[in-house]
Design a protein around this ligand. Structure first.
Ligand SMILES: O=C(O)C1=C[C@@H](OP(=O)(O)O)[C@@H](O)[C@H](O)C1
Ligand SMILES: C=C(OP(=O)(O)O)C(=O)O
Length: 425
């Protein structure tokens, strides 16, 4: 895969493709953590292979779990996971992965010695304070308030109040390990709304499937009883958020893209694409057999949408908005400033660099239609910025995406899949 300035292919006609997506990053990394914390060996099938998933595998191995591939393809692995006593003295590289930097520190607090964490230069800027303070309040010793930091257990557990408005992953991270703390954990959120509720629902649902008792009946309060985590044999769903740029290609080109294996019921936020793309003018159909198809009308409508619950879809929606025939407004996503990059600034800057009209608001973006021209679309080490550039490039000749290889965070085969969708491979 070329490392830099990837000439984004222009579509020569309506796409007509079926695109099979590898496993969900969010499900994979939760499943691996829960398997490593379980009472006995378990299996995680169709786990994603990508930088974020590889970092999680390395982190759990460093902490004492054994992960063995039972079967693998270039895109996915079936892992047999054998838990071990959580080992101190380890180092965890979080890369730029929110799931690693927020889900692994509570696991590390179970270790018999200190565990050090660091990550990419930009990862040191991502918010960590609330979850590290929570671990302190629950009994851990933590040096540092952001990457790099050191966590030393033991943690007794108990009650803690946090402000999770900057990331739902603070809640998910504490919840995933909570049952293994002597007293379990009760988390109360206090502050502006917590984003990405479906991702918290995903955590709660996967904990329950592993036999953990979770009470989420009161808004912004989660109670986890202490107890064992049951081993499972689970199959990871396709990554519906990574379906976004491919489905967007159907809209941009007035073609049809189908994605097999779309779950009938899911906690993945990518499922919201069905409604969002319909609102932007697509015809969306999900068959009983789990095949999702999106057909573009040849014209994209602007949208006014609150994406707080599904923030990771914002870069694709903004790319579509830049190609739409009427203005768009995206709200509720101030927390995207703490993602892989400040996504609101990055999207506005890169759309405007191509001649567009995008404006940051307090909590989102306004994008007005304007003819675009070619140029370099910077990715800021952000996989979803890179794929947003590819979407715009379908309709705008001369777009070059800087560092397309950053798509390896969650979709290492992106360029090959894109070429295959366009029939140009
Ligand atoms: O728990 C998860 O797997 C995720 C939660 C969300 O994080 P934020 O709540 O920080 O947006 C999402 O954006 C991220 O891509 C994955
Ligand atoms: C915000 C994202 O990732 P992370 O898990 O690193 O927070 C994302 O994938 O859009």
């Amino acid at each position: 895969m070329p490392a830099q300035h990837w000439p984004a292919p222009v579509a020569t006609g309506p796409v007509a493709a079926s695109v099979e997506l590898p496993g969900s990053k969010s499900v994979t990394n939760r499943a691996l953590v829960l398997a490593a914390l379980a009472e006995g060996p378990g299996i995680v099938r169709r786990a994603l292979r990508s930088r974020d998933a590889d970092l999680m595998v390395a982190a759990l191995r460093a902490l004492g779990a054994t992960l063995e591939p039972m079967a693998e393809t270039s895109a996915s692995v079936d892992w047999r996971v054998t838990p071990g006593p959580v080992r101190g003295g380890a180092h965890v590289d979080a890369g730029l992965a929110g799931t690693v930097m927020r889900f692994v520190p509570p696991v590390a607090a179970l270790a018999d010695g200190p565990v050090t964490f660091d990550g990419d230069p930009h990862a040191r800027k991502r918010p960590m304070g609330p979850i590290l303070d929570a671990l302190r309040a629950l009994g851990a010793r933590v040096e540092g308030d952001a990457l790099p930091f050191t966590v030393s257990g033991p943690v007794a557990g108990g009650e803690v109040t946090i402000d999770a408005s900057a990331s739902s992953q603070f809640v998910s991270g504490l919840l995933l390990t909570a049952a293994r703390f002597e007293k379990g954990v009760t988390i109360r959120h206090s502050g502006p709304p917590v984003p990405s509720q479906p991702h918290i629902d995903m955590t709660v649902q996967m904990l329950r499937a592993a036999g953990v008792r979770v009470d989420d009946g009161e808004r912004d309060v989660w109670r986890v009883e202490p107890g064992p985590v049951a081993p499972r044999d689970l199959t990871v769903e396709p990554d519906l958020s990574n379906a976004a740029p491919f489905l967007a290609a159907a809209m941009v080109t007035g073609g049809t893209v189908t994605v097999p294996g779309w779950p009938a019921v899911t906690t993945q936020p990518g499922d919201a694409l069905r409604g969002l793309l319909t609102d932007m003018g697509a015809t969306v159909h999900l068959t009983d057999g789990g095949e999702l198809s999106v057909t573009g009308a040849g014209r994209i409508e602007g949208i006014d949408a609150d994406l707080r619950e599904v923030g990771e879809l914002t870069p694709t929606i903004a790319a579509l908005a830049a190609l739409a025939s009427s203005p768009s407004r995206v709200r509720g996503v101030a927390h995207l400033r703490g993602h892989e990059t400040d996504r609101l600034a990055a999207l506005a800057t890169e759309i405007n660099r191509l001649g567009g009209d995008a404006e940051e608001t307090d909590d989102g973006l306004i994008v007005r239609p304007r003819p675009l021209h070619g140029g370099v679309f910077h990715s800021y080490d952000d996989h979803r910025m890179a794929t947003a550039g590819a979407v715009i490039g379908l309709a705008v000749p001369g777009v070059e995406v800087e560092n397309i290889a950053t798509t390896g965070k969650t979709l290492p085969e992106f360029t090959a899949m894109w070429a295959s969708m366009l029939g140009t491979e």
